[in-house]
Ligand binder design. Sequence first.
Ligand SMILES: C[S@@+](CC[C@H](N)C(=O)[O-])C[C@H]1O[C@@H](n2cnc3c(N)ncnc32)[C@H](O)[C@@H]1O
Length: 287
Amino acid sequence: MDSTTIDTTAHQTAMRAQWDAAATGWNAHTAIIRAWLRTPTDAMCRMAGVRPGSRVLDVAAGAGDQTETLAERVGPSGHVLATDLSPAIIALARANTLRAGLTQVECRVADAEALGVPEASFDAAVCRLGLMFFPDPLQALRELHRALRPSAGVCTMVFSRPERNPCISIVMATALEHAGLPARDPFETGGLLSLGLPGRVDTLFAAAGFRDVATTALDAPFRLPSVDDYLAFVRSSAGPIRKILEGLDASRAEAAWSDMRDRLNVFSTQDGWIGPNELLLTAGRRT
Ligand SMILES: C[S@@+](CC[C@H](N)C(=O)[O-])C[C@H]1O[C@@H](n2cnc3c(N)ncnc32)[C@H](O)[C@@H]1O
């Protein structure tokens, strides 16, 4: 097995467990995630061609923040199907959209690589910060292609290169060091930065059959009052980092978080903590 092939069943089981455990934390940080991703999310909706009345597929929807944006854009005559591998996080998406009175939203547990939706049944599809976690992103894109009507649009959002996302690299490297694990190839399949190499997502889109494929890199700095706010977000919401540290006893885990805080403090400024971050938005159209 090399870095491009992994045990899919084990990966999905671990991924589901990670996100079930991180679901409450991710949901509790919706306000800061929304502020961080507002501009990229609006761009993603535009690039996918989401319009009033559209039927939209939202893959790896998490606690449903972008689902709410999609529902507002399609309006009461449209429909949004939000799907996620984690039952715990999609239950939160269901509760959030119901509370917001967005009756045009349906939430469902589904693996992105086998959505179980009828062929050619959606006008647009999005996947915000999900594609890089999938063991076989090409299969997920083929599944999206199958679900879309001819000429319908799709847009995915992933993290770009490690050097453009130093906070992710710092957090990952520190967690691995403290857990006594070897450094990982940042482009390892299923990892946070696995699709960050320029052109990688475009190649996958083309292989899945999409046309008019184009990627836009967007600067999306994470602005928070202090480094402690970012650390609190990572501690409660970052499934992959929590997973690396889960085997450590309490004092060794605290040492890891404290080391991470010191290293991330380099991004503290007079105007608060500003973590550099770059996203890749890739759009395409079904043939
Ligand atoms: C970083 S969160 C993003 C959630 C949401 N899209 C957002 O931006 O707030 C990643 C999500 O991907 C989901 N996920 C991971 N692997 C998946 C798969 N194979 N199929 C569907 N969802 C998956 C996780 O359960 C988690 O909810």
